[in-house]
Design a protein around this ligand. Sequence first.
Ligand SMILES: [Zn+2]
Length: 451
Amino acid sequence: MDKFLVKISKSKKNTKTNAEKNVGLSEENLHSIEKKRSKIDIVPNTKDINQIQNAVSSDVVTSKSDQTTNTLLESDNFIQDPGEKSTNALILFSSGFGPYQPNNIIFPQHSGRKFRPEWYSSFPWIEYSPSSNSAFCFYCRAFPSNTSDPTFVSVGFKQWSKASYKSFPQHEKSFGHKEASAKLAGYKSSKKSGSIISKVNTHHQQIVADNRAYLKCILDSLLYCARQGIAVRGHREDEDSSNKGNFLELLTLCANDNDIIQRYFIEKEKTFRYVSGDYTNTFLEYLANIVIKNIIDNVIAAGIFSIIVDETQDLSRHEQVAIIIRYATKDLSPAEVFLGFYETETTDGETLSMLIKSTFVSHGLKIENIRGQCYDGAASMRGSYKGVRARIREENHLAMYIHCNAHILNLCLIDLAKQVSYVRNVFGTLKDYETKKSFFLLYQNQIVREK
Ligand SMILES: [Zn+2]
């Protein structure tokens, strides 16, 4: 088995010329760009070319006797002789091969002259084809263009008499050869340090990663406010405000030791900050959906569960129905989770039972898995015929009704309080809304006076 030893070592020489940077593209792009860019000015100066050539020739060595070899490549699948139907030179180059420069052979004569192996060192791009007794240019074969000289790409050069003093130096100075050299060096450089496209990609990926990291900071801060049950917004959030609310103040605090928040939020490196009311509401909605999904997953995993439902008026006099689910965790300890407040127009049994059912359906919970239902003593809830309790049991007779113990205790306390005239009077006074309001103002004044 014939094996070629190929050295693919890192060149210490600085060969990053402008020409290289321009053509530092990946292999697949080179083929398409090859056709389009022959008119683009990528011709480096002679000094650059020499540097490139030295770098290339010092990196790719085909000599079998070179003992500094790092990598062993199988040559069975490659035909290196450029005179035969050789493997594509670019494929050879990307596989670690360089110009085909056989040494220990007899070079036949042509017109009284023959090929001289010393030329390998004077012209590192030269290849010799034993089958056709002619010379080729490896660089031009690897990166052919419209301006490439076909003699050195496909035909083969044999005019040995004027090779070293005329034809080879002439070819070296030709536009096609310089272009091919620059492309080859650029290709080699892109292999080492990554192509421009991959560098642009890397930069883009960094931006995306930073954006995501900032968004995570925003979400973490919102989640913190939500978990602590503190208001997100402030009364005044403009730049001059001394207190911009919990969310913005938290971000300002975190910016001290978080570079991303510092850049995006304080220094305003980006035009977006994602801190307006619309954004925070949207983010909170997304976060709530995730929290609810986790809760529902746990409930579904538990199999069966009970429900606790109660309705009350909020400050704006809208009826809010609170739905709570109680289930057993994996280690059989009880868990109670609050699903949410659901607004309703009316509080009759039919409306409330429909609300509960539709909420369950929207979350993927099944009515037939309910084993207990716990409400207050209101007729619309506990009614034996038209109450929520009866309507749920119509669908699932295993959903046993239990009068809420907390409500029973509350009723007991009310009855008890009514027996004491002072307490009765206090609650009677408090019940009146206007009185409540004036009491509140009185209480506020009292605080101000104490201060
Ligand atoms: Zn050439």
